[in-house]
Design a protein around this ligand. Structure first.
Ligand SMILES: CC(C)(C)c1cc(CCc2ccccn2)cc(-c2ccc(S(=O)(=O)CCO)cc2)c1
Length: 240
């Protein structure tokens, strides 16, 4: 896989997105627009040639599942339909390697906008702790989704292509800490999640509609996804 032509871009963007996700939301740049329990969703108002592109950053923390389990289920094509209610069709155009897939997905139409699709590579990777000394015991996991081209792109012009850059970064902490030799149970797992997305809708869509979709859909999506993974994993052995 390291020889694939996309590899340098995948490597570069994944590490850039990791840095971006780990930046705080201080400084007044980010506007808190939704808060539900541990989940906080921020956005920046940004328009590109009259289109709403509003970068989004959501932070959440959940108990009972690991960063590995969260990232795997976010990346895996096998379970995409179980949690992502915004898509109508999904095709795996290419498997670049065991951790990188090229997806083509058709999203459900959102009235009154035209139907949209997305073609992107999706890469999942674990990042070893950078400061194992100060108790940062577990790996950080990241999924990075980036729009790309592909020879099998149907390009039938039937719908509008969105341009997206998405990253989903998670890290697990053992909280409360367990004593030496004591078994870690799912009750000890605390996973912090940062979800960042910049999606150019790719064609005319009223700012009011897009912003309404953001406000409505994104909080639901992240809550639904994390609940789905928690329920799916609760009876399984813990995958760190
Ligand atoms: C609303 C907007 C941000 C522009 C938007 C519009 C549409 C297309 C559907 C749609 C929605 C609303 C208005 C028009 N079209 C899709 C997405 C989108 C695609 C992918 C991902 S992902 O995190 O990679 C999970 C894999 O599916 C998240 C969001 C976003």
């Amino acid at each position: 896989a390291a020889t694939h032509p996309l590899w340098p871009q995948i490597e570069k963007l994944t590490m850039e997105q990791l840095g971006y996700a780990q930046q705080g939301v201080e400084g007044g740049v980010w506007q808190l627009f939704a808060e539900e329990g541990e989940m906080k969703m921020y956005r920046r108002e940004l328009e590109e040639d009259g289109l709403v592109v509003d970068p989004l950053k959501a932070v959440h923390q959940v108990r009972g599942a690991t960063a590995h389990e969260m990232a795997h289920h976010f990346w895996s094509p096998d379970v995409r339909f179980e949690w992502d209610t915004s898509i109508e069709q999904m095709t795996v155009l290419d498997r670049i390697s065991s951790d990188t897939i090229i997806f083509l997905q058709l999203h459900k139409r959102v009235w009154p906008t035209a139907q949209r699709d997305a073609l992107f590579w999706s890469h999942v990777r674990k990042i070893p702790p950078s400061h194992p000394a100060n108790g940062e015991a577990y790996d950080t996991w990241i999924v990075c989704n980036q729009s790309t081209e592909h020879p099998d792109d149907p390009k039938d012009g039937k719908c509008v292509r969105v341009d997206l850059t998405v990253c989903f970064v998670c890290q697990t902490f053992i909280d409360p800490p367990v004593q030496e030799g004591e078994e870690i149970t799912r009750d000890n797992l605390l996973t912090k999640i940062t979800y960042c997305s910049v999606v150019n809708p790719g064609g005319w869509a009223p700012a009011s509609v897009l912003r309404a979709v953001y406000k409505r859909e994104y909080p639901k999506f992240l809550k639904r996804f994390t609940q789905y993974v928690g329920e799916k994993c609760e009876s399984q052995p813990i995958a760190f």
